[in-house]
Design a protein around this ligand. Structure first.
Ligand code: SF4
Length: 230
């Protein structure tokens, strides 16, 4: 399995656990506000797989969980064998995904390879292409969320509240999704690296936290378990 980056120790990426985060290169979306642009385009630095394996062996008992993030991890054929190896070493596992690959997630669920899923729900279905690029389809992400719900696994959906999303959009999204066990609203932060053609939309100021809290109140009718992550 190839990785483009690693955070050795994190307290914020797996609820209540100390985790190591591994970032896979490449993505099938192209969100204008992507904070990982360096690893979704022109990747020239990859981690040595042997060093990753050695790290996982050495940290057994010291780290609770391994988070596989991206980019989009489900694009990598080696994901399933890699997670088998991680589970055999006794770690908890979390997968961060854009939700575009329900078939891969189904295999992971069937083999009990992931303890916690975090799925990005980025826009109302009709605006997915505008926010995430022409290859993105919000209906597939909804399919993923429904599947996770039916499977009874631990998961959350999360939305970065970019300034392009209106309150109407957020209410629409809350209605489109089935009622979720946990729905996280994240504030928008301007990325350091972005495409020049996105300059104008990148520069729109973020909503103040107070405004996002108000949005959260207003979508509670449809998503009772909405939480803010400031
Ligand atoms: S899905 Fe995530 S990694 Fe992919 S382009 Fe969007 S923000 Fe970046």
């Amino acid at each position: 399995m190839i990785f483009a980056g690693m955070v050795k120790s994190s307290l914020i990426d797996y609820p209540g656990k100390i985790a190591t985060v591994l970032f896979t290169p490449g993505c099938n979306y192209n969100c204008f506000y992507c904070h990982n642009r360096a690893i979704i385009e022109d990747i020239d630095v990859l981690l040595d797989p042997t060093e990753v394996d050695d790290f996982l062996l050495r940290r057994q008992g010291l780290i609770d969980a391994i988070v596989v993030s991206g980019g989009e991890p489900t694009l990598h054929r080696d994901l399933i064998p890699f997670l088998r190896k991680v589970k055999d070493l006794g770690y908890l596992t979390k997968l961060d995904t854009n939700g575009s690959n329900p078939d891969v997630l189904k295999k992971l669920i069937d083999e009990h390879l992931v303890d916690y899923f975090a799925i990005d729900y980025k826009a109302p279905v009709w605006r997915y292409g505008e926010i995430c690029g022409p290859d993105a389809d919000g209906n597939v992400v909804l399919e993923t969320l429904v599947m996770l719900l039916w499977a009874g696994v631990d998961f959350e959906a999360r939305t970065t509240v970019v300034p392009q999303l209106t309150e109407k959009d957020l209410i629409r999204m809350a209605k489109e999704m089935p009622p979720l066990p946990r729905y996280v609203l994240n504030p928008y932060r301007k990325p350091k690296v972005y495409r020049p053609e996105d300059q104008a939309r990148i520069d729109i100021p973020p909503y103040p936290e107070k405004q996002i809290a108000k949005f959260a109140e207003n979508i509670k009718l449809y998503q009772q378990n909405v939480v803010l992550m400031f």
